[in-house]
Design a protein around this ligand. Structure first.
Ligand SMILES: Cc1ncc(COP(=O)(O)O)c(C=O)c1O
Length: 354
């Protein structure tokens, strides 16, 4: 039986929605009216509440600020033709948040807290879910250490929050990426499989170096040999080489992307040859050289399918086949879009409606 959460709801006196130009929304800068909050104190989650979106008051000694004991998720909501709100695979995000939390010594949250907090928040802010093409409501659940204590140990108190922001496209064009062979995102036994805040801080410096060289993003390679492709920024990476869809196995150092799983599920359903195995840089370079690399793209909630136009490696840029001719990734992008917005059959029960 699912327990009903007792959520205290305090609505904003004045919505900010009129201030938003939904035809031109920057990614991640506009926040909806409300947020869901819960506290972990005395060994349990309590004080479930929805309140107007507002800044937090934190002690300078807040543990998260110093040691990064914090995990997060990212998912999206869309509107169907009837104007109902559809959230794409939130249960998968809930499960992954708990997996990340375990790795970072953060207490588990219940499915009721995650789903009911989400549903109530979306009911209140449903007008913030955009319905124009390439727009959606990005949803950010996260948990952070709340102790005011600068000794290093797991915090005794935590806060779980969800806020949302209407967003437009993450990338406005096919991306130029550089294969990173010096720095690493994650090492075996590290925190790469968790959506832990610090992973992203550590990735900024190498990404900034690549930006200066004109690349949008990096493709990370394994920390030990730099010979195998891992993932890219906030995306998993896939290639179509010959007639095979190829991607590195999610695991210790690679985040198990939910878009990745959805794309692989559709590919298998459509009868494509799919291989989840280590993909070497050499193999990709040789396929580009031989003309057998047909498609390369990133998969992630923020970008959905980000076409890769150019791959830089060891100082040389390799231009990939034109995006228009890419059969698989264009098909999967269209299909995912139709499922998410309720225009195609939801065979795997991916879409959640409150
Ligand atoms: C490091 C990393 N890899 C891959 C992904 C893609 O995962 P998903 O498809 O669940 O958004 C993300 C985004 O969540 C990420 O942060």
């Amino acid at each position: 039986m699912v327990d009903t959460l007792n959520i205290d709801i305090n609505k904003t006196a004045k919505s900010r929605i009129q201030e938003v130009d939904f035809t031109n929304i920057p990614f991640g800068k506009v926040y909806s009216d409300h947020m869901f909050v819960a506290d972990f104190e005395g060994g349990q989650w309590k004080n479930f509440r929805i309140k107007p979106y507002e800044p937090l008051q934190l002690s300078p000694a807040n543990a998260t600020l110093h040691y990064g004991q914090s995990v997060f998720e990212g998912m999206k909501a869309y509107k169907n033709e009837a104007g109902e709100v559809l959230v794409f695979r939130p249960k998968a995000n809930f499960l992954r948040l708990n997996k990340s939390a375990e790795r970072m010594c953060i207490p588990q949250i219940s499915e009721e807290m995650f789903m009911q907090g989400l549903d109530e928040l979306l009911k209140l802010d449903q007008d913030w879910v955009p319905d124009l093409p390439n727009t959606s409501l990005y949803i950010r659940p996260f948990i952070f250490a709340a102790d005011d204590y600068i000794g290093i140990r797991p915090s005794d108190t935590y806060r779980f929050m969800i806020f949302t922001c209407p967003v437009g496209a993450y990338y406005s064009e096919p991306v130029k990426v550089k294969i990173e062979t010096k720095y690493s995102r994650a090492a075996a036994g590290g925190t790469g499989a968790a959506k832990a805040a610090g992973n992203y801080a550590g990735s900024l410096y190498p990404a900034m170096q690549a930006h200066k060289q004109g690349y949008h993003q990096l493709i990370w390679t394994d920390a030990l040999t730099h010979q195998y492709i891992e993932e890219s920024g906030t995306m998993n990476v896939m290639f179509v080489i010959g007639d095979t869809l190829l991607t590195s196995p999610a695991g210790d150092t690679i985040l198990a992307g939910i878009t990745r799983d959805s794309v692989l599920t559709l590919a298998r359903e459509w009868g494509y040859k799919v291989e989840e195995r280590k993909v070497s840089v050499k193999e990709v370079m040789e396929a580009i050289e031989a003309g057998t690399l047909k498609e390369a793209f990133g998969t992630g909630t923020a970008a959905t399918i980000a076409q890769i136009a150019v791959i830089g490696h060891e100082g040389k840029d390799h231009t990939l086949p034109a995006v228009e001719g890419r059969e698989f990734s264009n098909r999967v992008l269209k299909s995912l879009d139709e499922i998410k917005t309720g225009r195609a059959e939801d065979k795997w029960n991916w879409v959640h409606k409150f």
